[in-house]
Design a protein around this ligand. Structure first.
Ligand SMILES: Cc1cc2nc3c(=O)[nH]c(=O)nc-3n(C[C@H](O)[C@H](O)[C@H](O)COP(=O)(O)O)c2cc1C
Length: 185
């Protein structure tokens, strides 16, 4: 697929089938992700790939965390929480390394990891997969971070939900760059 086709036709695809995605396909997505630019070549991205029961274990952590914060919530709320990671057969969580030396800036590490996410989404588009980048409160939840192997001070910038799309919708073109751009000539 032409890169412009992938860019223009990529849309958040929240509804995907539960059909498993072969491991080599997931690895191809990750390989595309790590081609992203990154200052000082620090490769600041960290990926946690959850499939199968791994997703359920994350759901349990989310529900337990919510219960600790909101014990007054009704049981349905915790059931909903448990089910969140099951919305796609593959969930890739993307975290960011803290800079290890003064010249490396955290903002630049976040930028590089975000570029890796977009590479991954475009690769998914090119391979006929549907994907959705999500964050929400779980990206800041210390218990979720701990379960995934991240420090409390590390940023989780993406929960990338990936699977084969249930349908391919038609979308109107996105707004132009024109009102967001000035030219200095
Ligand atoms: C950093 C980031 C966080 C996002 N978090 C969420 C989210 O928590 N829930 C959600 O429904 N969409 C989330 N999105 C997806 C955006 O809502 C989506 O990209 C936007 O609506 C544009 O639609 P498109 O992806 O189809 O172009 C997130 C996107 C980014 C870049």
């Amino acid at each position: 697929m032409d890169v412009f086709d992938a860019i223009h036709n990529r849309h958040s695809q929240g509804k995907v089938k539960q059909d498993p995605v072969p491991r080599q396909v997931i690895e191809k997505l990750l390989d595309a992700a790590v081609q992203a630019p990154n200052h000082y070549k620090v490769r600041p991205w960290r990926f946690v790939v959850l499939t199968g029961e791994g997703r359920q274990r994350l759901g349990e952590v989310m529900a337990a965390s919510q219960w600790e914060r909101h014990p007054d919530f009704p049981p349905e709320a915790f059931d909903k929480c448990r089910g969140l990671p099951l919305r796609a057969p593959v969930l890739i969580v993307v975290g960011v390394d803290k800079p290890g030396e003064p010249k490396v800036l955290e903002i630049e590490n976040v930028c590089a990891a975000a570029a890796a996410c977009q590479n991954l989404l475009l690769a998914a588009q090119a391979m006929g997969l549907g994907a959705k980048w999500r964050t929400g409160e779980w990206a800041r939840d210390p218990k979720v971070k701990e379960f995934l192997g991240f420090g409390a001070d590390q940023h989780l910038i993406a929960f990338l939900y990936i699977g084969y799309p249930e349908f391919v919708a038609d979308y109107p073109p996105r707004p132009s760059f024109e009102d967001r751009t000035v030219w200095i000539e």
